[in-house]
Design a protein around this ligand. Sequence first.
Ligand code: 1PW
Ligand code: ADP
Ligand code: CA
Length: 561
Amino acid sequence: MQEKQPKPPLLLLSSQLSLQNRGYEVTLNSAFLSWKEVETRQKRTAANIYGPLKAAGSHYVPVCEIISVQETEEDCPSTGIGKWQKVPQSLAESNQYAFTVSYVERTQKHRWRCSEVTLHCTDRTLCLQWVQAIREQLSLLTIRPKRLLVYINPYGGKHRGKRIYEQKVAPIFSRASISTDVIITERANHARDHLKTEADLKKYDGVVCVGGDGMFSEIIHGLISRTQCDSGVDQNRADETLIPCSLRIGIIPAGSTDCICYATVGSNDPVTSALHIVVGDSQPMDVCSIHHNNTFLRYSVSLLGYGFYGDVLTDSERKRWMGPARYDISGVKTFLSHHYYEGTISFLPADENVGTPRDKLQCRSGCNICRLPSADKQVSKDEESISDTEKKGVWQVIRGKFLAINAACMSCACPRSPKGLSPAAHLANGTADLILVRKCSRFDFLRHLLRHTNKDDQFDHPFVEVYRVRQFRFTPRYEETDSELELREAEGSGRKRFFSQICREHPACTCSLAHSSWNCDGEILPHAAIQVRVHCQLIKLFARGIEEQSVFEEPYTLSAI
Ligand SMILES: CCCCCCCCCCCCC/C=C/[C@@H](O)[C@H](COP(=O)(O)O)NC(C)=O
Ligand SMILES: Nc1ncnc2c1ncn2[C@@H]1O[C@H](COP(=O)(O)OP(=O)(O)O)[C@@H](O)[C@H]1O
Ligand SMILES: [Ca+2]
């Protein structure tokens, strides 16, 4: 969400202050704080001696990226340290009053840092005037959270959640005057149950989870269920329009994959995430609901994968003690086992106005596709953004033998796969990308998998299909009704029917009737036959989507030459 700012920005305060014993023209308007070095006679002379004249640097910090301002206590005035530049006597002696502004600084790979500038004033009244003026501007940013409920999974990833929070995040929250209630979880589903039934949510402006995708999943289950319960919406009905959650969620990455954080922020760096929370970012996000015969099973925001990713997860759960490396070991093992699964997928394709999975354009901060007028409304977004043709329900049906069936509600970019499972998927367009990988050779499957880690197109294989969908259903062959099977087996030979019969009675068999499980954001689902529906913008994160490269190439710190 954008802050409303008057145009042109209103000049609020302008003074000559000093920074590292040099004079600066410091200006605050309703949009920016800026400081620009004032050229001194000495500098001009020195520059003439030592080389070409370099004009002074200008720095601009948008007010919405200022974290805090405080009066700086200094015992004695700072002294000049410049080698050739003599500090004017008056500046050095009289600038013992100072204030420090902390602000967001962009570094490489979408990372943010907390930077500081300390400006010295000639008298205390001026110093306090500056502190007050900046604080007043910050108080107008009502989108910023003041009270947060924090859940820490001490066992996520490399078991560093608690330390990451205490050392890197809590100091930033405290500097930004954000108060927190912190709960360190004692068991799986502790955070979910607390949010669902106990937490006094009115007290908070947001919920923060410190952990991985599994922990985030707990938080959304708690929040979504609570919101539906409070509004009398029955989650078990697959056709219900769900009520969006009002509290924003912040993710401090401390898990194994951290794909939800990586795909919404562009990095899995705890400090960056903390700063996105402090500035009060807001990124809406689609959520899939998963049902089995009108019974609600789970919600998913990242990967919903049957076959390969389901099997990787099932195997990796036994290796939790290994930490994040478990996915690599189980990945290799599952790849070598090369199981395929037979079943039927039916899906409701989305209109092309929400993009296609083969688009070159990716979902980025301020994405136009996610901002389509129909997706703007606060309620019933999923219903209203569906066009007439989609409403008519032209379902497509695909039968086959698959190595993997994946649904990605967003790109699923993560450090392991920087462009993700579906690079063109959108965070908030009300659709998921359904990726079908048909039975192929081990060599071909390996080529497909490896393309997730480089720039090549992982969908550009004859055995891979990808569709942008609003809903889909899957039925594994062994669960298809007798009439469906009989119809299909009538098409095949009697011999095939005989073996199918045997396999159905021996589910451990590794042929086409073997079972897999769904990997739902890193949790194993108990059912193979599921129906899935995307709910447009059901939740909001303290994030802004991945910023375009140009945004973090120093747009505001202009070192003028
Ligand atoms: C043989 C070479 C294989 C390279 C394959 C690279 C493909 C990587 C695609 C990764 C997509 C990850 C989607 C994220 C899923 C998470 O929700 C889930 C749970 O993450 P968590 O453990 O909670 O952090 N992680 C996994 C691996 O299932
Ligand atoms: N205190 C706890 N003890 C054990 N398990 C927990 C605890 N808190 C959360 N969990 C569970 O741990 C699982 C993994 O958490 P997550 O933070 O996603 O780490 P990872 O990314 O390493 O899988 C989640 O399913 C979550 O429900
Ligand atoms: Ca989406």
